[in-house]
Ligand binder design. Structure first.
Ligand SMILES: Nc1ncnc2c1ncn2[C@@H]1O[C@H](COP(=O)(O)OP(=O)(O)OP(=O)(O)O)[C@@H](O)[C@H]1O
Ligand SMILES: [Mg+2]
Length: 459
């Protein structure tokens, strides 16, 4: 037993879009990089600043330690602001026995450290204030002062933090920049994909041409290649199927014509009565089968035209008169009145055989589905600024939801009179499309039951 496939919306950490996938990897990567580079430069800069400042404090301390206690003058006062913000050092001068002689700031409460060297000491009065202290070793002579130099730890910390910020900021700034670049690149790529998809979506059923691989990103070329191989296989299968129908229909025509002839010969020998009726039914069935074969042949030729039909300047009025003339015999037999009204006489280039296919099928439908004693009118006029041909009948018409459906191959309305194959309108639409025309069916707008088959002419 196979386990059910889990479907549903993708979780946020498993996005399906390329943009989402890139973001989910790159954004955390950049943030971690920013953090790491901030922390690393924190450590490096702290070590650097301490070494530099320690050397400075030592030099300063030794320069004061070389003097004599008697010559000591009060030291210039250092402001708190420059001590904490600019890193200005505070110098303390002491007697050998640990009495403070002078200081750049008397309120820096740090006593003389017992051991010479570097120390980190909390202020004795303000516990939040931490000092980096260098205590110079005692001099050889008793007249020499003891020197202690202080520097605010707050200054070092602030400098280190600032340095870390400047190291991390550019990397962190990359996050929005990357998002923007990603968005633009992916949007551009998906736009090119959408263009290809739109082109494919706009194609008609018979267009199985290759999808151009040059218009999609290289990464998708294998997918497009696979699709093109599939399309080529489909095209071959489609052509083979049409050829088969064409060959079969063509081969069927000859024996059917022979059978029809035989039946005609037979009619003279069949006496009136039941046998004659049965022969008439046989003839009608044969006629239907012949019509179906003809329609199939016409349709399959349209699907795979060996060469595009030649186009000539067409006098549409003359062509329509001819088509109407051809159906007059049947119309008379069925007592249907056929009228022609050519208000405009458009002339354009088209294939005459395709145009005949269009109008003969529409007239054939009008004649076939209009009851005896009805009316048919062929009108060439202008509607919405375009030249159109209307074939208007007084038949039963079609319900609104069937007006498009009847263009499907082999579709016939339930209860439609026998004799049709359901291919006429499919043939009409395909032939019309090939000549740049469009066909639609609509209800009559004069309140009379019936159907209007409208053909929009080019231009
Ligand atoms: N003028 C019309 N009035 C009413 N129904 C129509 C009309 N034209 C077409 N139809 C309906 O649409 C269906 C499809 O028409 P279509 O011309 O494609 O096939 P058909 O007439 O049945 O067969 P054929 O292949 O011989 O033309 C018809 O069976 C009929 O039910
Ligand atoms: Mg028809």
């Amino acid at each position: 037993m196979t386990a059910p496939v889990k479907s549903g919306p993708p979780r946020w950490y498993r996005p399906r879009s390329l943009r989402g996938k890139l973001l989910i990897w790159l954004v955390p990567l950049y943030l971690v990089m920013a953090l790491l580079s901030g922390v690393a430069s924190c450590f490096r800069y702290e070590a650097l600043i301490h070494r530099f400042m320690d050397e400075l404090m030592e030099t300063l301390a030794y320069s004061h330690a070389a003097g004599r206690i008697e010559d000591i003058a009060p030291l210039p006062v250092v402001s708190w602001r420059s001590a904490h913000e600019n890193g200005a050092v505070i110098v303390q001068l002491w007697t050998q026995d640990g009495r403070l002689i002078t200081s750049s700031r008397f309120d820096a409460a740090v006593s003389l450290q017992a051991t010479p060297g570097h120390h980190v000491v909390a202020d004795e009065q303000d516990k939040d204030q931490v000092w980096r202290v260098f205590t110079a070793p005692p001099g050889i002579r008793a007249s020499q002062p003891r020197v202690q130099v202080l520097q605010s730890e707050r200054f070092t910390k602030k400098e280190v933090a600032r340095r870390a910020f400047f190291a991390a900021a550019p990397v962190a700034l990359l996050v929005p920049v990357t998002l923007l670049v990603l968005w633009l690149v992916v949007a551009r790529t998906s736009r090119s994909l959408r263009t290809v998809a739109d082109d494919v979506a706009r194609r008609d059923d018979g267009n199985l041409d290759e999808i151009p691989a040059s218009q999609v990103p290289e990464e998708l070329a294998p997918l497009v290649g696979a699709f093109n191989t599939l399309l080529a296989r489909l095209q071959r299968a489609f052509v083979a199927q049409c050829r088969f129908v064409q060959d079969a229909a063509h081969e069927l025509r000859t024996p059917m014509t022979a059978v029809a002839l035989q039946m005609e010969n037979l009619r003279a020998c069949v006496p009136d009565g039941q046998a004659r009726d049965q022969l008439a039914q046989l003839e009608a069935g044969m006629h239907r089968a012949h019509h179906l074969v003809e329609q199939l042949l016409r349709l399959s030729r349209q699907d795979v035209p060996a060469t595009p039909p030649p186009t000539d300047p067409v006098d549409l009025t003359a062509l329509l008169r001819e088509s109407v003339g051809q159906c007059m015999a049947l119309a008379d037999r069925r007592r249907i009145e056929v009228g022609f009204d050519g208000q405009v006489a458009p002339v354009f280039r088209a294939s005459v055989s395709d145009l005949r296919s269009v109008f003969d099928n529409l007239l054939d439908n009008a004649l076939r589905y209009t009851p005896e004693g009805g009316e048919i009118e062929v009108r060439v006029h202008t509607a919405d600024g375009r030249a159109v041909v209307d074939v208007v009948d007084s038949g039963p018409g079609l319900p609104h939801h069937m007006l498009e459906r009847v263009f499907d191959r082999f579709f016939r309305m339930p209860g439609a009179p026998s004799g049709g194959s359901g291919l006429g309108l499919a043939i009409t639409r395909a032939a019309a499309l090939r000549q740049g025309l469009s066909v639609e069916l609509r209800a009559r707008d004069d309140g009379v039951p019936g159907l209007v088959a409208r053909v929009h002419l080019p231009g």
